[in-house]
Design a protein around this ligand. Structure first.
Ligand code: URP
Ligand code: ZN
Ligand code: ZN
Length: 477
């Protein structure tokens, strides 16, 4: 059976035009001004609606252990929420158990991901250095299509690696064309600041914000970029939250470092005041880096607008409020770090970005779909083009909705964006040609998602040398 999406306004990173889209099997086979249906064809009328390439969220933590607990969404609930929210592919993080091989870990996580309702890839976290890591990286890259790894400069004892370890790992990754995601915060200094705050009896969630200052994010960001430069390796700074850290990325781009930056909806829309609420409400908003002073939001939007920030990822790391966040009721350092966001990232970026005039429709597509596909080497995704996977999101720009945990698919007891009204309603979502969201309701099946075997290097290089990135002298304030 063929499917035709008729009369929609097709939006890609490069253009916006009215067209019909013909889908056969998994793929887009024609894009044309008027495709005549055959009687057996399934028709989706998208008159008055946008048709976007499916969102690609490259920063998720489903089924992910952290701080003696595990995130509240598994690959079923998390990817179902993603689909309803317009995300048709994710790249989740693995997490090796202490002493475990990266290959065994990869196998374990591919198995977990088989429940997914949308396609999923995996970034390999390296939370412990050994010579074996360097031996396993080529196998991960070549046999498992793992084009990206992740290193942490914080979470000492659980995941943090030191500078020399980072250098050795990045050098090997760079030789393989594998990009390194980095969580950039100075873990040593932060831990000292936390100990000091607690010793002074300061236990409330706001102290999470005070003990992880922007300068310690900027310092680690600059150091990570310098190490990547020395190692001649591509680097992707995850969850850039503040102006000082973004300045380090811009400086590195100017020097020619193959550096990319990501920010997240929480840093674009929420601010540090959310941590400072009575009755432990602030605990809901503990994530790292922490929410920042509001003025940083304009800088981050400007970064997206000028191409200095290439991607928005959700950093979906959901913990229930009543029993998981509550682990830190008397000690902010015990609150598991992370916010839910996978279900709402597409809407938030559309509303605060496109609807409120901060970015164009085409920039929106670039940030939520095209750039993630290119940077992380996802074949046949991130665009609406013949031969590409029919991963498509249809959005009615004339409708609006209020975000609320009462109606969410995320398996968590609150929503960080509770009560925000967003313009634009996602009506239909297709994943490789199959309608998995119809009239806003999820109708797909668990287990239909496929593991994404990813490319290395080539697409990313073309993005890095784009004229936009060559304008790295843009002011960012
Ligand atoms: O607070 C966060 N971001 N939790 C998830 C783990 C990480 O640092 O990305
Ligand atoms: Zn992180
Ligand atoms: Zn994260």
């Amino acid at each position: 059976m063929k499917t035709i999406i008729k009369n929609g306004m097709v939006v890609t990173s490069g253009s916006t035009f009215k067209a019909d889209i013909l889908i056969q099997g998994d793929s887009i086979t024609s894009i044309s001004s008027d495709i005549t249906p055959e009687p057996s064809d399934k028709i989706i009328d998208a008159e008055g609606q946008y048709v976007f390439p499916g969102g690609i969220d490259v920063h998720t933590h489903l089924e992910w252990p952290l701080m003696d607990t595990e995130t509240a969404d598994d690959f079923v609930s998390g990817t179902r929420a993603a689909a309803v929210g317009g995300i048709t592919s994710i790249i989740n993080f693995t997490k090796p158990k202490k002493g475990a091989s990266l290959i065994a870990t990869q196998e374990e996580w591919i198995e977990k991901g088989k429940k997914s309702v949308i396609d999923y890839g995996l970034h390999a976290i390296i939370n412990e250095y050994s010579d074996r890591v360097l031996e396993e990286l080529p196998i991960l890259a070549e046999t498992y299509g793992v084009g990206s790894i992740k290193l942490f400069m914080a979470y000492k004892g659980e995941m943090m690696v030191n500078d020399l370890e980072m250098y050795k790992i990045m050098k090997k990754a760079g030789e393989l064309g594998v990009i390194t995601n980095v969580h950039a915060e100075n873990g040593d200094i932060i831990d000292e600041m936390i100990a000091q705050a607690l010793a002074e009896g300061n236990t409330d969630p706001i102290y999470h914000g005070y003990t992880r200052p922007t300068i310690m994010e900027a310092e680690a960001t600059g150091r990570a970029l310098a190490i990547a430069e020395a190692a001649n390796a591509p680097i992707y700074i995850v969850h850039v939250s503040c102006s000082e850290a973004l300045e380090k990325v811009v400086e590195a781009k100017k020097r020619g470092v193959q550096a990319f930056a990501e920010t997240c909806p929480q840093y674009l829309v929420l601010d540090i005041s959310y941590l400072d609420q009575p009755n432990f409400e602030g605990g809901k908003y503990v994530c790292s880096p922490p929410l920042r002073e509001k003025w940083n939001q304009d800088v981050l939007w400007n970064g997206l607008q000028t191409g200095m920030i290439s991607v928005a990822g959700s950093d979906h790391c959901p913990f229930r409020f009543h029993d998981q966040k509550a682990m830190g009721k008397d000690n902010f350092s015990k609150i598991p770090n992370g916010l839910p966001g996978l279900e709402d990232i597409f809407s938030i970026l559309y509303h605060f970005g496109v609807h409120e005039g901060r970015i164009s429709l085409n920039q929106f597509v670039e940030i939520i779909s095209t750039n993630p596909a290119k940077i992380f080497g996802i074949p046949k995704k991130g665009d609406i083009s013949i031969g590409y996977d029919a991963d498509l999101v249809i959005l009615n720009p004339n409708g609006s909705r209020v975000i609320t945990s009462a109606s969410q698919y995320q398996n968590v007891d609150y929503n960080a964006y509770e009560g925000l009204e967003v313009q634009g309603i996602i009506t239909n979502v297709l994943s490789r040609g199959e309608v998995i969201v119809k009239d806003g309701q999820f109708i797909g099946d668990a287990g239909r998602g496929k593991y994404l075997h990813r490319n290395r290097r080539h697409n990313r290089d073309s993005l890095f040398h784009s004229p936009k990135n060559d304008q790295a002298t843009e002011t960012i304030r």
